[in-house]
Design a protein around this ligand. Structure first.
Ligand code: ADP
Length: 496
């Protein structure tokens, strides 16, 4: 599809490899790359957090420009932009040390609590999108915001439209996870700028007496989308998925569609992955066995080819289904099987997993950390990958797992339902094992089915091969985003 140099400003609070807490960072890195390949003039704006290493990455200040500021009420905050010098995408980093030069992205690692001024921090990001355009003397066709952190960019676009040149710009908000609304006390209205008239009961920024950044974006963006077709339906269906925004989303129905995320196949490809010790493919699969041995060595398991390793790489959060997995751990270890978990989050599960690893060091391993290298080794060295999520907007690990010949066991929700085909119910196309109900019995049934298939080598190899041949690259999804951009450009402004 020709894009005629469509201009897109992609505003995001996370950008791999610079900053990451989850899938948003991967999407922010891979989707713009795929869109640029399709001819889009796409530029990324993201904060320069204190955790970004100036030694590891090169940065260059934008030359010949005067530093700018953003204003909120009585405060003027000086801001600056730097560009990434050695990266193949046009990425600009918002420097505002008072707000972003901290060790955490959203959460203070010392207290474990959200930063109290997260409203300020991400309003600054959303407003700075327009300062960046002034800097660059560049007016985008589309301002593409992501989740609550940049959702207010849609509000700021409605204010910008009064300026010449901006009348034809449209906004798109991508919803990556409805569990996080960006909720703040009513005082935040004053910090937003130009928002006083929008705050009233049932109004576009009000949510049960609070300010909701996400609701503001849902109602003010010219178009909305989410990251899988099933999640698009789920978030309109019940509180369990949208946490109170389901009615607002239903009313926006004509604007909401689900575009499945892809994975960056330059980063996630067992044939070329330099983070794993042995590369392999479905034609030459031997390397997978050696990676399993390397994983055993790394986490302290004895090497045992015929005992499956069940891997998990995940935020340890309620959403990810640990409450239905935890009661099954003794039974899983008794299959026999081994479990490796990489992730961090809720202390209750962190402690439980740590205790299991202490009691069963040869069968249960947990690394309470964020570790890119180990995440690749777990994908390559495990046999089965577990994602029993309560809800999963898209999920990336099930796709990575299939590409790495690691058979996923998933709950049929969101993007998991859209990407994994059950190998018992569709013997010709099955790539994993899927269960419906959110409870331990249903999960146990799926794990047992996976374990039994694992011990039928020929059948297992077939399932692995089918997963490894799936195309989860961004190309298809990027074309869908382009269509959506074109579509929204042809529509009238939604919120004036
Ligand atoms: P979510 O965005 O809900 O956390 P996704 O499946 O969409 O879930 O994306 C999670 C991404 O973060 C994947 O790339 C996964 O490999 C990565 N990830 C999660 N936890 C860790 C960790 N502890 N170490 C390394 N990578 C992790």
């Amino acid at each position: 599809m020709s894009t005629d140099g469509l201009k897109v400003l992609f505003v995001t609070s996370e950008l791999a490899p610079f900053s990451k807490t989850g899938g948003l960072a991967d999407v922010s890195a891979a989707l713009p790359k795929a869109l640029a390949r399709l001819g889009c003039d796409i530029r990324i704006l993201t904060p320069f957090y204190g955790s970004i290493s100036r030694e590891k990455f090169l940065f260059a200040a934008l030359n010949g420009k005067v530093p700018s500021s953003v204003s909120f009420h009585a405060n003027e905050l000086p801001i600056e932009f730097v560009a990434s010098g050695d990266w193949d995408r046009s990425a600009y980093f918002l420097c505002c040390d008072a707000l972003f030069d901290r060790p955490g992205i959203y959460v203070d690692p010392f207290s474990g609590k959200d930063y109290l001024d997260n409203d300020y921090r991400f309003l600054t990001l959303s407003q700075a999108a327009y300062r960046l355009c002034d800097y660059l003397d560049w007016i985008p066709d589309i301002v593409h915001a992501n989740d609550w952190q940049s959702a207010p960019a849609a509000h700021y676009l409605t204010l910008r439209r009064a300026q010449s040149g901006w009348r034809n710009t449209r906004s798109l908000l991508t919803l990556h996870n409805l569990a996080y609304h960006g909720l703040f006390p009513v005082e935040t209205v004053g910090r937003m700028g130009g928002a006083e008239s929008l705050y009233f009961p049932g109004g576009p920024i009000e949510f049960y007496g609070h300010v909701s950044f996400l609701k503001s974006g849902i109602l003010m963006a010219d178009a909305l989308n989410t990251v899988s077709p099933t999640y698009a339906r789920e978030i309109q269906s019940s509180y369990d998925f949208a946490f109170g925004l389901e009615n607002v989303l239903r009313e926006s129905n004509s604007h909401l569609q689900g575009i499945l995320n892809g994975i960056d196949t330059e980063v996630w490809n067992p044939e070329t992955d330099t983070r794993i010790p042995h590369r392999y493919s479905s034609e030459k699969p031997e390397g997978k066995r050696f990676n399993k041995q390397a994983l055993c060595g790394r986490v302290g398991f004895p090497v045992e080819d015929n005992i499956p390793i069940l891997g998990i790489v995940s935020r340890i959060a309620h959403q990810k289904g640990f409450e239905i997995l935890a009661p099954l751990i003794p039974e899983i270890l008794g299959l026999p099987a081994r479990v490796v978990i990489l992730g961090s989050g809720e202390p209750y599960y962190e402690h439980m997993f740590y205790e299991y690893s202490r009691v069963y060091p040869d069968r249960f391993a947990v690394r309470l950390a964020y570790d890119e290298d180990l995440s690749h080794l777990i994908e390559a060295g495990s046999d089965i990958f577990l994602m029993p999520s309560k809800f999963e907007p898209c999920g990336l690990n099930q796709m990575m797992s299939m590409i790495y010949g690691t058979v996923p066991v998933v709950r049929a929700t969101g993007g998991l339902a859209d990407t994994v085909v059950d190998a018992d119910f569709d013997t010709l196309h099955g790539t994993g094992f899927v269960f419906q109900d959110y409870n331990s019995d249903a999960l146990w049934w799926a794990i047992r089915r996976a374990n039994s298939a694992y011990h039928h080598r020929e059948r297992w190899t077939e399932i692995q091969k089918r997963g490894m041949s799936r195309d989860f690259s961004w190309q298809r999804s990027a074309s869908s985003y382009l269509e959506l951009y074109r579509d929204v450009l042809s529509r009238p402004v939604r919120f004036a």
